[in-house]
Design a binder for this molecule. Structure first.
Ligand code: NAI
Length: 459
C-alpha cells in the first residue's frame, strides 16, 4: 500500500488496466500528481486475462498447425501432441515479462499505486481500504467482465474466457456460445490443438460486426478447418453432468460437448462502486460520457470498457492519453470508435478499420468498393493463405473502410488505419510503391484498382 502524507492528488484513477495506466503515465509526463487504485494487478484484463494470454495461445496454435502441415512445403514434421502445462508456462512467461516491465514503468513514472478495491465516495474522493484519496479530477477506469446469459451458470464444465485461459488439458470437444471475437479466437485455438469445435451464434454470421465479406470468408475457412458452426441459432438451455454438457438451441437442436465456452459479450464493471450514488450517470451499467469523455459530473471522466463502444485495449490506451491531455489543457482530438483498428486473431486473421460497406452506404449513399483477392499476392501464396483486402471509398472521395482477412493480416492494419484516419484517396496511396513480395501489396493493389489502374487483377 502506498503511503502518501496528505492523500491528495491532481488525478485519482480508479482501475489500473489499459485505460487507467495509460492515463496515469501520460498525466505524470504532463506534470500531474497521480494516484492509481488497482484491486488485482496493474495491466488489467488485456495483460492478465485478455489480449496477451489469448494471443500467446493463438501463437502456440499456429505452431501446432505449422507442425502438422510441414509436409505441404516438403519439410518432414509431425505434431506429436499439445503439452498444455508447457503451453501455459510459455503463455504465463509472456504475461509475466510484460507485467514486470509495466510495473517498472509505473514505478519510474512516479505514479502512486494503491492496492485494493476503490469506491467513489464523493465527486472528488475515492476510498480504498482505510485511506481516502482526493483528486482535483477522478478517472473511472474499472473495465469489464465476461458476461453470461440467464440459465447459463458459470461453473464445472461451463466457462468464460477467464477459465478457458487456465485449462490444463485440451478438451476433446467444445461448444462455444457466441461467434464473435472471443468465440472465434478460442474456436481457432482449440481446433488447432485438436478439439472438435461447434460455435453457436444467434446472428446470421460469424464475426457479425465485420463487413459481410470477411464473415463469409471466415466461415469458408472455418468450414475447411473442420470447425462446425450454427448460425441464426440461439442458446436456450444447458445441462451438465460428470462427463459432458448439452446445449439446447432455439431450433430444437442439441449440441453435446465436453465443455462449454460462453462468449456472449463483456459487461461494464461498475456495480457497487458508488458511481450513480455520486451523480455519475450510468445507463445499464455503462458510464455515459460526451465525446470528450466527461461524465455527468464535471471533474469525473471515464475511459475504456466502462464507456459504451468498442471494448479494445488500444481504445483504452487512446482514451487514457486523451483524458490526461484534456485535464492538462492540451485540447486533444477526441477518439472516434470508427477510426480505431480492429483485429481478430483467429486463423485466418480478420482485420479492419473504418466503416463496413453497409455502414458507408448508409452514411454516404454512394460508395465504390474493390476486393483484392490474395490469390494474386505472391507472399500470401508462399504462406499458403487465402483471403481478401477490401477497400470502401466514398464515391469519388476518400477511403472510409478497409477490411482484410488472411494469415497475418492483422499486421497490415497499421497502414489501413492511416488510409482511413488521414482520409486518403485511393489515387494518393496508389502512387506509393509497396515492397514485393509482401502482403502489404494487397492494400496497394486494391488502391491501384480503385484508382482505375489495376495491376495483378483479372478484368
Ligand atoms: P461480442 O459482444 O463481440 O459478441 C457476442 C456474440 O454472442 C454476438 O455475436 C451475439 O450475437 C452472440 N450471442 C448473444 N447471445 C447469444 C445466444 N443466446 N445464443 C447464441 N449467440 C449469442 O462479445 P465477445 O466475443 O464475448 O467479446 C467481448 C468483447 O471483447 C468484445 O467487445 C470484443 O471486441 C473484445 N475482444 C476483443 C479481442 C480483439 O480485439 N482481438 C479479443 C477478444 C475480445
Amino acid at each position: 500500500m502506498a503511503d502518501n502524507a496528505d492523500n491528495s492528488f491532481d488525478l485519482v484513477i480508479l482501475g489500473g488496466g489499459s485505460g487507467g495506466y495509460a492515463c496515469a503515465l501520460r498525466a505524470t509526463q504532463l506534470g500531474l500528481r497521480v494516484a492509481m487504485v488497482e484491486k488485482d494487478k496493474v495491466g488489467g484484463t488485456c495483460l492478465h486475462r485478455g489480449c496477451i494470454p489469448t494471443k500467446a495461445l493463438l501463437h502456440a496454435a499456429e505452431v501446432a498447425d505449422e507442425a502438422r502441415s510441414g509436409n505441404t512445403v516438403g519439410v518432414k514434421t509431425t505434431l506429436e501432441g499439445i503439452d498444455m502445462a508447457a503451453v501455459n508456462s510459455y503463455k504465463d512467461g509472456v504475461v509475466g515479462g510484460l507485467y514486470k516491465g509495466l510495473q517498472g514503468l509505473v514505478t519510474s513514472a512516479g505514479i502512486t499505486v494503491y492496492e485494493g478495491e476503490g469506491h467513489l465516495v464523493g465527486t472528488d474522493a475515492v476510498q480504498v481500504g482505510d485511506q481516502r484519496l482526493t483528486g482535483r479530477f477522478i478517472v473511472l477506469a474499472t473495465g469489464s467482465y465476461a458476461r453470461t446469459l440467464p440459465g447459463l451458470d458459470i461453473g464445472g464444465r461451463v466457462m468464460t474466457s477467464d477459465q478457458a485461459l487456465t485449462m490444463d488439458a485440451v478438451p476433446r470437444s467444445v461448444v462455444i456460445i457466441g461467434g464473435s471475437v472471443i468465440g472465434v479466437e478460442f474456436a481457432s485455438v482449440w481446433r488447432s490443438f485438436g478439439a472438435d469445435v461447434t460455435i453457436v451464434e444467434a446472428l446470421p454470421h460469424l464475426v457479425p460486426l465485420e463487413d459481410e465479406v470477411l464473415s463469409k470468408q471466415l466461415e469458408r475457412a472455418f468450414r475447411r478447418r473442420g470447425i462446425t458452426f450454427k448460425l441464426g441459432a440461439k442458446f436456450t438451455e444447458l445441462t451438465q453432468d460428470d462427463d459432458s454438457v448439452t446445449v439446447v438451441l432455439d431450433t430444437g437442436e442439441k449440441v453435446q460437448a465436453e465443455v462449454c465456452l460462453v462468449a456472449v459479450g463483456r459487461g461494464p464493471a461498475t456495480d457497487g462502486l458508488g458511481y450513480a450514488e455520486h451523480g455519475v450517470s450510468v445507463d445499464r451499467g455503462w458510464v455515459t460520457t460526451d465525446e470528450r469523455l466527461h461524465t455527468s459530473v464535471p471533474q469525473v471522466f471515464a475511459v475504456g470498457d466502462v464507456v459504451p463502444g468498442l471494448q479494445l485495449a488500444h481504445r483504452g490506451f487512446g482514451h487514457g492519453i486523451f483524458v490526461a491531455e484534456e485535464i492538462a489543457g492540451r485540447d486533444p482530438m477526441p477518439i472516434v470508435d470508427t477510426t480505431i483498428p480492429r483485429v481478430t486473431y483467429c486463423d485466418p486473421e480478420v482485420a479492419s478499420v473504418g466503416l463496413t460497406e453497409e455502414q458507408a452506404r448508409q452514411h454516404y449513399g454512394d460508395v465504390d468498393t474493390f476486393e483484392y483477392n490474395l490469390a494474386g499476392n505472391g507472399r500470401s501464396k508462399i504462406l499458403e493463405t487465402s483471403g481478401v483486402v477490401k477497400l470502401v471509398r466514398e464515391k469519388d472521395g476518400p477511403i472510409v473502410g478497409v477490411h482484410m482477412i488472411g494469415s497475418r493480416m492483422g499486421e497490415q492494419v497499421g497502414e489501413a488505419s492511416l488510409f482511413v484516419n488521414w482520409e486518403a484517396y485511393p489515387e494518393d496511396v496508389a502512387q506509393f510503391v509497396h515492397a514485393h513480395p509482401t502482403q502489404t501489396e494487397g492494400l496497394g493493389e486494391a488502391a491501384l484498382a480503385l484508382a482505375g489502374k489495376p495491376l495483378h487483377v483479372h478484368a
